[in-house]
Design a binder for this molecule. Structure first.
Ligand code: NFS
Length: 626
């Protein structure tokens, strides 16, 4: 099957054409006068932590310090820290939400959900310091309490830090960056960055690692693990991506945001005969769910529910005129969706009391009664179906087959077989050179990036025998281009292709949503423990990237990868660039401390060459650079 040649928003230019002039959308706004990014803000040297400013600062120009005397490096570091704190807060509050839902389920306060993965529950209990052998019900209650405690802990260190390789833990201990409690690290970092507190870029940036580790090995990892226990560990599953997954004869509901709880409940409720009947009563054949952003990735990974679009496609999904309701939970929901929806019959339904949008309908999701809440949401959507203007419906045909569901556990089984699940075959193939190394492409897509960076980078890497794993909106973009299908095997380098053919998987592995980057941390640790590739994550021939990042969350993720020993490449722009001193610290000094750095690339070829060079250098250090 021919692959489409564009994975970006403009893949559906035809849909945009239909709303042009009617509603202003993000791609048009990007090009509008007055919408150019502020040069000071973009490079990190606009300081607005007090109201003597905002001060715009130029490095090295004495008279262009802040009113208080703050230098460019301090300001850039402070702004960077604030992004890390916000990103950590975001993933972690998601984790807390799931921990609360988990608490309700195991204390019989919530109907409808139950524990799906008992073995994983026992494993997580062990890492939380509990006795894994206890009866499951009792253990589940203890896990719920312990998980919630991780957020508010004041002393000691986060429990999951003990999952990292021993050498990494030592490094964290020596450097004093072990995270204590999730909330404490976020609060402290915000405190440090306010006017007149921490004014040494080195101290600030080092502190940003302590906070970020509370994301990767704290909030995000708790989110992923508890979601798996409640909703199931993802396994390889076939599905479809792009706007063509919307159905002309069904009630279309897009599930958008990040926390899978609402979408899981909707998926169950949408299959109930009573709800299907209600949909049929208004002339639809049934109810069709389709994902957007990371809520989409969550239900794609576990249920194979198709993805309508990534971040940059949320407006045009509505512009098909075929969506009865866009149900949103938290994060990455553009305010403009309500404006676009107004031009159609579509309801934007907010479900979290933390995330309301003017112009949306709010149906609070009660996690004590998930299915009842889901039914109320579905009814609102079903009632919209008769209002759909059939003449105004345009669903592009474009869709692409994908295989998703590559959790860390699945990769173990795939590589080693169910009875000797292990990363040994992966390590061996890296050592013998069939696989050059591992690269992650993660993060957002971005209206300001015109190149198809994700796709070009992924293609080049797999052609060079690099195993590529993806998460978040990068995964959807790469999926739209066909690279998440075994049909794309012909694009992989010869030796990598042979490995893939033997296990029957696509050349790019979809590992989930953005909180699921924590799966990558576990996979890397597993590679270290398997042996042959050094004693710590920074010795592995592995590299990360977020080529079209835009969210603060991506910066938190990048920072926890660096703190964990994985060099990351971000671009095309970077938020500390106006301060060479701060940017250099993130590259050189972090490399000294953590064995990994932040790197910047401007275009696809720069990304690829930095990533491949890095992998080769690590191979060389390991003595496996044949
Ligand atoms: Ni990650 Fe996922 Fe997408 Fe970016 Fe937003 S949805 S959490 S932040 S835009 S990848």
């Amino acid at each position: 099957k021919a692959r489409q040649d564009c994975g970006k928003c403009l893949i559906n230019q035809d849909v945009y054409e239909r709303i042009k002039g009617k509603v202003l959308t993000a791609p048009e706004r990007v090009n509008k006068r007055g919408m150019k990014p502020c040069l000071f803000g973009k490079g990190g040297t606009c300081c607005n932590v007090c109201h003597m400013g905002p001060c715009q600062i130029i490095e090295g120009v004495e008279e262009m310090r802040g009113v208080c005397g703050a230098t460019a490096s301090t300001v850039a570091a402070r702004n960077f820290c604030r992004m890390v704190a916000a990103g950590t807060a975001t993933h972690s509050d998601h984790g807390r939400g799931i921990a609360e839902a988990f608490y309700s389920v195991v204390h019989n306060e919530a109907e409808d959900f139950e524990i799906k993965e008992k073995a994983k529950l026992r494993m997580v209990a062990h890492y939380l310091g509990l006795d894994r052998k206890k009866p499951i019900k009792e253990l589940a209650k203890e896990v719920a309490v312990k998980a919630l405690e991780e957020f508010g802990k004041q002393h000691g260190r986060l429990a999951f830090l003990s999952r990292a390789p021993e050498k990494r833990q030592e490094k964290w201990r020596e450097l004093g960056v072990e995270s204590r409690g999730v909330d404490r690290e976020v609060v402290e970092l915000i405190h440090r960055t306010t006017v007149g507190v921490d004014q040494d870029y080195r101290s600030l940036l080092k502190a940003s690692i302590r906070c970020a580790l509370a994301d990767g090995w704290g909030g995000s990892m708790l989110a992923t693990e508890l979601q798996d226990i409640l909703f199931g560990i993802p396994q390889p599953i076939k599905s479809v991506v792009n706007l063509g997954v919307l159905k002309e004869d069904m009630v279309n509901i897009t599930v958008h945001g990040h926390e899978p709880e609402v979408a899981e409940a909707l998926a169950i409720a949408a299959q109930l005969p009573e709800m299907i009947k209600e949909a049929q009563k208004v002339g639809a054949k049934g109810i069709n769910l389709a994902g957007i952003c990371c809520t989409g990735n969550e239900v794609l990974m576990r249920r194979g529910i198709p993805i309508a679009g990534s971040f940059v496609q949320q407006e045009i999904a509505l512009a098909t005129g075929a969506v009865e309701a866009m149900v949103v939970d938290v994060q990455c929901i553009m305010q403009n969706v309500t404006t676009v929806a107004e031009a159609y019959h579509t309801a934007i339904i907010t479900t979290s009391d933390k995330a309301k949008i003017e112009g949306a309908i709010h149906i609070a999701f009660d996690h004590h009664k998930p299915i009842e809440s889901a039914k109320n949401i579905l009814r609102e959507a079903i009632a919209r179906f008769p209002k759909r203007d059939k003449k105004d419906v345009y669903i592009p045909k474009k869709k692409m087959d994908v295989v998703a569901g590559f959790s860390h556990e699945t990769i173990l089984y795939m590589l080693g077989g169910r009875f000797r699940a292990s990363y040994k075959p992966l390590n061996e193939n890296i050592i013998n050179g069939r696989i050059l190394g591992v690269a992650a492409i993660i993060g957002c897509d971005n209206f300001r990036v015109k190149e198809k960076l994700h796709i070009e980078i992924a293609k080049e890497l797999i052609a060079n025998n690099v195993l590529v794993v993806v998460t978040g909106c990068a995964a959807s973009a790469i999926g739209r281009d066909g690279l998440l299908s075994p049909d794309a095997l012909d694009l992989a380098g010869e030796s990598y292709r042979e490995v893939l053919e033997a296990i029957g998987c696509p050349p790019v592995l979809h590992m989930g949503s953005c909180v699921d980057n924590s799966r990558i941390l576990i996979a890397l640790t597993e590679m270290v423990h398997t042996g042959g590739l050094g004693d710590d994550i920074d010795e592995l021939p592995v590299v990360g990237s977020a080529p079209e990042w835009m969210s603060e969350k991506a910066i938190a993720i990048g920072n926890y990868f660096v703190g964990s020993g994985t060099t990351v490449v971000f671009g095309p722009t970077f938020p500390t660039e106006n301060s060479k001193i701060a940017t250099n610290y993130l590259r050189e000094d972090f490399n000294q401390m953590f064995g990994a750095s932040w790197r910047i690339a401007r275009n696809a070829s720069e990304f690829v060459s930095i990533m491949i060079d890095h992998i080769r250098k690590k191979r060389e250090n390991l003595g496996i650079d044949k």
